[in-house]
Design a protein around this ligand. Sequence first.
Ligand SMILES: C[S@@+](CC[C@H](N)C(=O)[O-])C[C@H]1O[C@@H](n2cnc3c(N)ncnc32)[C@H](O)[C@@H]1O
Length: 389
Amino acid sequence: MTPAAREAAAIELLDRWLGGHPVEQALTLWARASRFAGSGDREAVRDLVFQAVRRRRSAAALGGGETGRALVLGLAREAGIRPEAWTGVGHAPAELSEAEARLLDAPLPVLARPVALDCPDWLLDHFEAALQGQTDVILSRMRDRAPVFLRVNTARTSRDAVVSELTALGIETRPHPLAPTALEITANPRRLRNSDALAEGRVEMQDAASQAIALDFAAHARGPVLDYCAGGGGKALALAAEGFSVSAHDIDPRRMADLPARAKRAGAAIQVLSGPPTGTWSAIFADAPCSGSGSWRRAPEAKWAFTPARLAELTAIQDTILRQCADLTAPGGLLGYATCSMLREENEDRVKAFLENQPGWRCILERRLSPLDGGDGFYLAVLRKSAGS
Ligand SMILES: C[S@@+](CC[C@H](N)C(=O)[O-])C[C@H]1O[C@@H](n2cnc3c(N)ncnc32)[C@H](O)[C@@H]1O
């Protein structure tokens, strides 16, 4: 496909998204129907579509509207690129209209702050409350794609050995300061998909901040760990690699469907619970459902779908999870509360409310990470129940 044909495909896909189809679904259907598109084409189209979704507001403002074509034009305009190959010939998008040409010739306007930051209006105050003086720099960082990270399964191998193994495949990596297990892939990330390192559990795809908070919790925990919101098992696997025996629970057990196979591949001691956990535990990790606002670079659709009502719903769920985990924690035990959100309402405010309502608990560690640290935005609070409670 020519670059213009890729842009035409992205325009079509963005129109489907704006018409209500989930982006992933639109991309999958398009890839199936477009046998002529090679893997390079599919990657390029995907990258362009996701960039337009991340930058929906600014691209619409610069491109002249909320259509796929306007979004792609808006991205080009911001980058100072004139789409000369839009000739309408072959698979290229139609030629620029006079209005579009005038738009591209005009100087870049100064955009209103939430538009320039690609942030829904209502959310800006919430980010400001959480990020304060770093709001603009962090939200600007969220306008670009996230780096790709691996977690080295140090129960199986060393980071150096993985670096050599991947280098031989042309996959370039560098250690990342967020975690001693983290490698950032700097070239040819897609080659990993068919690598033995992944198939044999020597590495897992996991954001570096997610690794960092799992390690922070691991540094304080003792004994078997209950992962109360295990989902696909990213944290459970990271904790098991640190030598913990992990029991995995999730309110929706289907989300843990792949976990036994992933654990086997990694040689990890993870027991998937078939029902609600009982008894008491000396260490519980609750990676709670949240807005995902720290990972909106990877899942940018969610930013535009998020609402105040959903935020209220989530904070109520988070309070319930904290209460349930408190009941399951043994006296003197530890509870790790984590989200991949950067909003105070889902983080500090939840922990504050918990401590006000639960005598005999104290917070022994709090950590906030943002994309300025390199990975996703994350929050961790490690809470200890007093031995007498
Ligand atoms: C952020 S995801 C977990 C991600 C996972 N820990 C990982 O690292 O891959 C949150 C999970 O919490 C689960 N969940 C939601 N409400 C819950 C509840 N009340 N009790 C337990 N799990 C819940 C969801 O089904 C979802 O899988």
